[in-house]
Write a protein that binds this ligand. Structure first.
Ligand SMILES: C[S@@+](CC[C@H](N)C(=O)[O-])C[C@H]1O[C@@H](n2cnc3c(N)ncnc32)[C@H](O)[C@@H]1O
Length: 265
């Protein structure tokens, strides 16, 4: 008789087996961070073997993330970071928003990984609140976008345009999940809101390795390979229509990282 086990999330709380695939730590390693464990470094190495261009895209990601964050922070005093990941030594997003907008600044960090949230609360949310800066770390799954929009409404003024940032996060959503997210935010945010995005380009081999291991372990997180036209199509179909690509590659690369800003009509 086959025994059915429920899908296991990569959240710490649900994890009986500490060797399961974890996005935040795997990509922290690929991003030259310090928080990866042995199993994360192994899967990252297999991904890079399957797609040698992964290292180049990850190296460019530093520059891309900075450009996207700068563009969004300069335009909006209220900013939401979807899939914020582990805090690093880089200047935190909420500090930039605060420096630019003073008391108007509000920053929301969202993730579904409890280890990420524990670190985000300790390094970002708590010290910011002590200093009187409005920062909130929310434990939410982007695959439940209506809950996300309701929660955002509790902390932000959604009657005015706000800034959204997702750097290497949307790669973890299947097409229909991504469509659900961009549609829910299009319905819940004011026209003129902006979204800064980075997303791997291509990387079918790396996605196959990551997702293959997740499936094998019964973990419900995926890595989905897309090219720019696919990402753009999913956004534009949901009303995020003014797509502006950020150019990062000098000289142009064969598989450039996707980095863009898009605006809600
Ligand atoms: C590759 S990391 C990127 C982290 C950070 N944005 C960066 O640029 O370094 C992806 C992050 O998205 C989070 N994530 C993935 N799927 C998610 C989901 N369905 N809901 C909420 N967070 C999610 C992961 O936990 C992880 O922290």
């Amino acid at each position: 008789m086959t025994t059915l086990t429920p899908p296991q999330s990569d959240l710490l709380a649900n994890r009986g087996n500490l060797s399961v695939t974890n996005s935040a730590r795997t990509f922290d390693y690929l991003d030259y961070g310090k928080d990866a464990w042995h199993q994360d470094r192994c899967i990252a190495a297999r991904m890079a073997e399957a797609d040698p261009a992964l290292a180049e895209q990850m190296a460019l990601h530093h520059k891309a993330r900075e450009s996207v964050i700068d563009a969004v922070c300069r335009t909006f005093p209220q900013v939401i970071d979807l899939g914020c990941g582990l805090p690093t030594m880089r200047r935190a997003l909420h500090e930039r928003v605060r420096a630019l907008w003073g008391n108007e600044a509000r920053t929301i960090y969202v993730d579904h990984d409890l280890a990420v949230l524990a670190a985000a609360r300790a390094w970002w949310e708590h010290p910011a609140r002590v200093a009187g800066v409005r920062v909130t770390a929310l434990d939410l799954d982007l695959r439940c976008p209506e809950i996300l929009v309701n929660a955002l409404g509790e902390y932000l003024d959604l009657s005015v345009p706000v800034g959204v940032i997702s750097t290497l996060t949307l790669d973890h959503l299947e097409d229909e999940e991504l469509t659900g997210l961009v549609e829910a935010l299009a319905a819940g945010l004011a026209p003129g809101s902006g979204w800064g995005i980075t997303h791997l380009s291509g990387m079918n081999g790396a996605a196959e390795v990551y997702t293959g291991q997740a499936v094998e372990q019964g973990v419900d997180t995926r890595l989905v390979a897309r090219d720019q036209s696919k990402v753009q199509e999913l956004f534009e179909g949901a009303g995020w229509e003014r797509w502006q690509t950020l150019t990062l590659h000098e000289p142009p690369s064969e598989k450039p990282l996707i980095a863009a800003l898009t605006t809600l009509s």
